[in-house]
Structure formats: structure tokens, C-alpha cells
Design a protein around this ligand. Sequence first.
Ligand SMILES: O=P(O)(O)O[C@@H]1C[C@H](O)[C@@H](CO)O1
Ligand code: HPA
Length: 219
Amino acid sequence: MQGRFHLYEGYSLCKVTFPMRIFKLMGVETIVVTNASGGLCQDFKVGDIMVIKDHINLPGFAGQHPLCGPNDERFGIRFPCMSDAYSKDLRKLVLDITAELGYSNFVHEGVYCMVSGPNFETIAEARMLHILGSDSVGMSTVPEVTVAKHCGLRVLGLSLITNKVSLDYSREEKVNHEEVLQISKMRAEMLQNVLVTFIARSHQVETINNSNCIYSNAV
Ligand SMILES: O=P(O)(O)O[C@@H]1C[C@H](O)[C@@H](CO)O1
Ligand code: HPA
């Protein structure tokens, strides 16, 4: 897909996640989600890639959850497990690939936290997210991954760190969307290399067949 729907654009989470169920009905088994996010982990640099290991569904805590409402048993169970939302095998494969391509210095695993946006975080909010265990923060992905996992799709998530999130009141730099787009452009080729190799090798992971789908926005 080219682009995605965001909660902050005014779409319901049902609409935001609808493509996942379409993919499922089309026979897709594996999805690759990419996004742009702000780095909270102090080791991350702008332009790094974070292989998403886990997520925090912050809007979900407040009842903004795509699986709220009657459960459609045709897609999945009422109370799905989310402790392994991001496939360990796919994460290992992509880490191997990035090492072979010589990208190891830019690649980390980490926890992505979703906020609704559209404003970027206050410093107090950023500090809170960091303390809660988030390595990066963004405005998407978690609803789609939740619905994908609910209906049994395998997920790989890659997050491009487009900016450092300020945790410090004395920091003068201000995050803006132009910076996000600029860094995304700068790293597009690198991410393409990773994904092309990933797709070519995906047969190495036993359970994957050719039915894969890439779902991204800024990157
Ligand atoms: O769709 P993603 O999460 O990649 O887009 C990010 C979050 C906001 O839409 C925007 C902020 O600059 O980029
Ligand atoms: O710093 C950020 N915060 C939230 N969403 C984002 N998307 C890119 N950067 C950011």
C-alpha cells in the first residue's frame, strides 16, 4: 500500500485497520509495516532503523482500540494474545540481512509506542513514555498490527527514527514534519535494499509463503 489512514486524520480505528482484514481475505500471510517515529532511546540516532520488537498501545489503554465492539469470530478470537505480535523469526531474518548489508551500526531492536497525535509530544509526555519503556514514539502502526495479529497474520515492523524526541527542557531544537519527510527520503534507498532482500529471502522462514504485503507511509 502507498500510505495509510491515521487516527489523527479523523478515521475510525475500524477504517484505519480495514486493509488488514482485506489482506487476510486475499490470502496474505505476512505483512511488513514501516513507519517514521521519534527516538526516545538515547542510543538512537536520526536515520537509524528500529526493528520493532514490541509495542505499547497507549490509545488502547484509553479505550481507543480497534477490536472494541462485537468480536467477528471469522477473523479471530475475543481475547487475542499480543505478547508475540512481531514475529521472532522475521526479526531475526531482517537483523541478519541488515548485518550482511553492512547496516548494523544503524539498526536496533526496540519498543514502539503509539500516541494519537497530531501534535508531537510535550517534554513531560516524552519523559513519561521513556520511563514506561518506549524506545520510540509515533502516530500509527499499532492498530494495524493488533488487527493483523488478531486474524493470524505474521508481522514485521520497521521504524525509521526521523528525529530525536526532546527529554530535556533546555534543548532548543523543535521537531517538525518536514524533518520527518526529509530523513525518510534520505533513508528510502537503504530501506528498499533491506526490504527487497527480505522478500527474496523470506522463503527461508519456514512458515512464510509468497503472500506478503508491504504497508507503509512516510518511508
Ligand atoms: O504513518 P507514519 O506513522 O509513518 O507517520 C508519521 C507519524 C505522523 O503521521 C507523521 C509525523 O511527522 O509521520
Ligand atoms: O517525535 C515524534 N513523535 C510522534 N510521532 C512521530 N513521527 C515521527 N516523529 C515523531
